[in-house]
Design a protein. Sequence first.
Length: 408
Amino acid sequence: MTTSALAPGSSRALSVTDLASLIQGQLEADFGDIWVVGELSGLRTPASGHIYFTLKDDTSQLRGVMFRGYARLLRFRPEDGLEVLIRGRVSLYSARGDLQVYAASMEPRGLGGQQLALEQLKAKLAAEGLFAPERKRPLPFFPRRVGVVTALGGAAIQDILTILHGRCPYTKVVVRPTKVQGAGAGVEIAAGINDLNEHGQVEVIIVGRGGGSREDLYAFNEEVVARAIVASDRPVIAAVGHEIDLSIADLVADSRAPTPTAAAEMVVPVWADLSDRVVDTARALTTAMQRTVTDRRRQAMQLEERMRDPQHQVDALRERTRIALARLHSALQSKNEGARARLEDLAATLNSLSPLAVLGRGYSLTRTIPENAVVRDAATLRPGENVRLTFAQGEAQARIEEVTPSID
C-alpha cells in the first residue's frame, strides 16, 4: 500500500478536505467490489427511496447506504436484525469523516430473497385480514357463465373446458388469456381478473395454471394478483396446481382447488345428476301433495259428520232473542211505571206548596195600591187607603176603614 501524504516535518500541512480526499481515494483504489456479511441495524427508509443502515457483527459496525436505484431492485424488505450478504464498495463520506459501505446488492443469509419477500407479503396480507375465512364467499350452485384466467395454449385450459362441457354442456365459458409465468405475468393475471369482472358477465372466476416449479408459480405469489382477487366482485377459485405449497393466490381466493381439473369439478354440478335429482324431487313432491290432499279430504268429512244442522242453531238463536226482547220490554215498562208514579207524587207535593192552593182554602192576598207590595202586617196600613185583594178566583179592590194592630 502506498500513500501520497506528506511526511512529518514537511513544510506544507494538509487541510481536512485534502486528507479526507486522500483517504477516500486510497480506500477506493485498494478496495474494489467487496462482499461483506453483517446484521442490519438502525434501518431508515426516507421518502427519497434511499436505504440507510448500520452493518454490524459481535465486535464492530460500519455505516451503510443503498441508493434508490439499487433499492428498487430488492425482492424483499430489509428489516432490523436481519443478517444479509452485501456486495458493494467501501469509501469515506468526507462530510462527516465516516467510513461507509455503499451497497449495490443485498441478499438475506440463510433464506433466499424471493422466499423472504413471500413470507413478508404473507404476513402483511394476513394482518389486513385477507386470509380470514369469514371474508370468503360461497360459490354459486349453478353458474350460467364461468370465467377462466389462464394461458391459452396450456394444458390447464384444455382440462377446464373438457370438464366443464362434460359435466354441464349448458354452461358458457369466457376465457381471458394471460401469461402465467415470467416477467409481467402477475400484472397480466390481475388485469384478466379485472376484465372478467367488468366485461365478462360471469358468475364465478377460475384463476390458475398447471403445475410447475416454485419459480414457475411465482406470478401467483405477487401482491398485484392477491389484490385483484380480493377486489373481484365475483367469487374466485385459485387452481395453481401445486400441492406442496400454498400460493398467496390460494390463500386469498374464495375457494382453492389443487388442480384446474378439480376447479372445474367444483364450479358446476353434473347435468345428468342434476336432472335425476329434479325428477326424484318432482316425484317426491307429487307423492307428498297427494298424501296431503287425502288427509285434508278425510278431515273435511270428519268435520262434516260432527257438524249440527245450521237451521237448528238459527232457531235456537231466534228463540233466545225473542225471550231477551220480552224481558227487556217488561223491564222498560216496569221502569216507566215507577218513574210515572214518582212524578205524580212530586207534582202533588209541589201543588200543596203552591200559593194558589192556599188561596183555594179561603185565604186571600192583600197588596198596596199602587206599589203592589204584599201586606204582611196591618200596622203598615192607614184608614182610607185602597188595597187590592186577590182570591183563588179573581181580585177585588177595598178601602181600609180601620186598622187594628196585633197585640204581642
